[in-house]
Design a binder for this molecule. Structure first.
Ligand code: NCD
Length: 359
């Protein structure tokens, strides 16, 4: 299936050199933002946020305004025709005729991909359920390039909700391309999904898994903390059992290297105690600031590219449906199913949400 427009659904849809070009442009913008003040004069960006957001939504809006463009959109679907039962297909079709670029965040995995199938402009994925968050990854990569001066040969600890945290999924997929070593710090229930671990190995990076911060913190160049994703749990009880397991405090920071940096996509709940904020290694507020520059670079790049893209590469397997209940194909059932065979044809992967299924 083809689209007339270039979309940004998953960073790994593009070659590494393309990411590096976006980051380089982001750095130029960071150093001289006023040089770019009219790059998007007359252009309109629509932000369709079906899920709460502070940083991602506002940094996209700030980015477009700083480029000279204008913004439309909603941040509460209850105030749009979504509340009347309108499908993603129809909402996207309509709004993409009003705007030049569309940014979508949705609680269901694969929603941005679904939007790209019917959009008459470029679509950017600003987070789809617990699946991916590629623009946060661009933000994280710019932070690493600026603060660590490299993207390779790093030991990166990722701590917290690695199962439901879309930021760490996207970041692992990206950083595994640069010969890095990951240490995953989580409980057994919230460990990194198998498909991400397979990607890390296939890309030539390595990982290990531990249960406590103390076991890992002295080995790290980067510690990426994450929030337990309460909204992805099926019950309050399950959430409470996981909450407060990991708290980064002054005591644990004493065990870390002098040049380790602490990142967090934010919002933080209580996984980083506020006393860490004054430590010069705490990078999370600066990280959020870098998000504007890199999103300016991404908007410019997407609007500058008028290339056609392939939206669905996979195929159907009879009447087989995706087995992930939180996949968009199980919420909006008109969507064409699409699976990619993994190795032999007994294992297939849903192209929208990456859920695997044996057939
Ligand atoms: C993250 C998200 O929405 O996935 N936040 C963000 O975009 N900066 C992380 C989170 O909500 O925990």
């Amino acid at each position: 299936m083809k689209s007339e427009y270039q979309h940004f659904i998953d960073l790994n849809d593009y070659p590494v050199q393309w990411w590096l070009n976006v980051l380089e442009l982001g750095e130029k913008i960071k150093n001289n933002p006023s040089d770019f003040a009219h790059e998007c004069d007359g252009k309109i960006m629509a932000t369709l946020f079906y899920e709460p957001s502070t940083r991602t939504q506002m940094s996209f809006q700030t980015a477009m305004i700083r480029l000279g463009g204008q913004i439309i959109g909603f941040d509460n679907p209850a105030n749009s025709s979504v509340s009347k039962g309108e499908t993603i297909k129809d909402t996207t079709k309509i709004v993409s005729n009003y705007a030049d670029i569309l940014v979508i965040r949705h609680p269901v995995a694969g929603a941005a991909k679904a939007a790209s199938l019917s959009a008459d402009c470029s679509v950017i994925n600003a987070g789809d359920g617990g699946h991916l968050h590629p623009t946060q990854t661009l933000t994280d990569l710019l932070t690493l390039k600026t603060e660590k001066k490299r993207l390779d040969n790093l030991t990166i600890g990722m701590c917290g909700d690695l199962l439901n945290g879309r930021t760490v999924h996207s970041l692992c997929k990206a950083l595994s391309m640069f010969n890095n070593r990951f240490i995953f710090i989580s409980t057994k229930h919230l460990s990194m999904p198998a498909y991400i671990k397979d990607i890390i190995k296939a890309n030539g990076s390595s990982y290990e898994e531990v249960n406590t911060l103390e076991e890992a913190v002295d080995k790290l160049d980067v510690l990426y903390m994450t929030r337990i994703q309460q909204e992805r749990f099926s019950s309050e009880e399950e959430y409470l059992a996981e909450k407060d397991t990991y708290v980064l405090d002054k005591q644990k920071m004493k065990l870390a290297k002098k040049d380790m940096i602490v990142m967090h996509p934010l919002p933080r709940v209580d996984e980083i105690s506020v006393e860490v904020d004054d430590d010069s290694r705490a990078m999370y507020f600066r990280q959020a600031k870098y998000g504007v520059f890199v999103r300016m670079a991404l908007i410019m790049t997407m609007l500058g590219e008028k290339k056609e893209s392939v939206t669905l590469k996979g195929k159907t397997f009879g009447k087989i449906n995706c087995s992930n209940p939180n996949c968009i194909t199980n919420h909006e059932t008109y969507l064409p199913k699409s699976f990619i065979p993994c190795g032999d044809e007994t294992l297939i992967e849903c192209e929208y949400c990456d859920e695997r299924k044996l057939i």
